[in-house]
Design a protein around this ligand. Structure first.
Ligand code: SF4
Ligand code: SF4
Length: 270
């Protein structure tokens, strides 16, 4: 799914199969096409992308979402996804591109790191492992192919710091690529709202977890409530588990025995 984030819908011919695990590529500020790739993108953001970017900018999630994204339904569930909003200028440039390059380089999205490769990862069945496939994104403007050093896919990913991105993105991909049996009505507006909050608005999700019955309802490790006050990654993982539990009924969270007993007693009129 990473692949779809970087390709303009109108340029599918840029995708080319990776016939063998080796390619020669180089990109630096001296290339004639420097920064050309940072415009007019259909760049879907993952929860981990948003977390890294909003923390880089030191702004709350909701401000980031308002100022830098557009929301549109996509994927086979019609789930609302956040896309990086390009500037309203002639070239539709990325809001973070400068003459010197990317202004948020250390925290740029995973798809920007992966480029000129694309990674399509799916996990339609939770019992199976992640299926990943790599492609070249060969766009006419990119002069980097054939320059620089030879890379394997693994070298490229390590060099671009993608291990952590792939890990957190795959937790989310497990939700957005899940095949759901039965009618899609399973995803009503309330579930869409839960999806947006736990995926993209982590600051709101934190307030929700700490300020609602969440901690009384679910049986969580004793130190987790304390950890999520400050640990964004633990919060993100909790959000993914909560979505899997709520959207698909996966046993990723457990309801406390005391709550189950209470409910049973109430239903029996005790
Ligand atoms: S986030 Fe950075 S690397 Fe990605 S498109 Fe924008 S300027 Fe380019
Ligand atoms: S178009 Fe290709 S070579 Fe040019 S700046 Fe972008 S990635 Fe580098």
């Amino acid at each position: 799914m990473d692949l779809k984030r970087i390709i303009n819908d109108h340029n599918p011919e840029a995708l080319q199969p990776l016939e063998h695990d080796g390619f020669v590529f180089g990109c630096h500020s001296g290339v004639s096409c420097f920064n050309v790739c940072c415009a007019d993108l259909n760049l879907m953001l993952t929860p981990y992308d948003v977390l890294r970017m909003k923390n880089h900018l030191k702004i709350p999630s909701e401000v980031f979402l308002d100022d830098y994204t557009t929301n549109r339904a996509t994927g086979h569930h019609g789930l609302p996804m956040a896309f990086l909003r390009m500037k309203d200028d002639e070239k539709k440039r990325c809001p973070f591109v400068t003459d010197q390059g990317c202004s948020i380089y250390e925290d740029r999205p995973g798809a920007c790191r992966m480029y000129p490769l694309g990674r399509a990862a799916t996990k339609p069945d939770p019992r199976l492992s992640v299926k990943e496939q790599f492609f070249f994104v060969k766009e006419a403007h990119c002069t980097g192919f054939g320059q620089g050093r030879e890379w394997t896919v693994a070298d490229w990913q390590a060099d671009q710091g993608l291990t952590e991105y792939n890990f957190y993105n795959d937790l989310w991909m497990e939700i957005i690529t899940r095949k759901v049996p039965g009618p899609q009505a399973a995803f009503n507006p309330q579930k869409f709202q839960m999806f947006v909050m736990a995926s993209y608005n982590l600051d709101e999700f934190r307030r929700f977890v700490l300020g609602s019955r969440f901690l009384t309802l679910f049986d969580l490790p004793a130190d987790l409530a304390e950890k999520i006050k400050t640990d964004d990654l633990e919060l993100l993982k909790l959000g993914m588990n909560w979505l899997r539990f709520s959207l698909f009924g996966d046993p990723t969270l457990a309801i406390k025995d005391s709550v189950i007993k209470e409910k049973k007693a109430a239903s029996e009129g005790k």
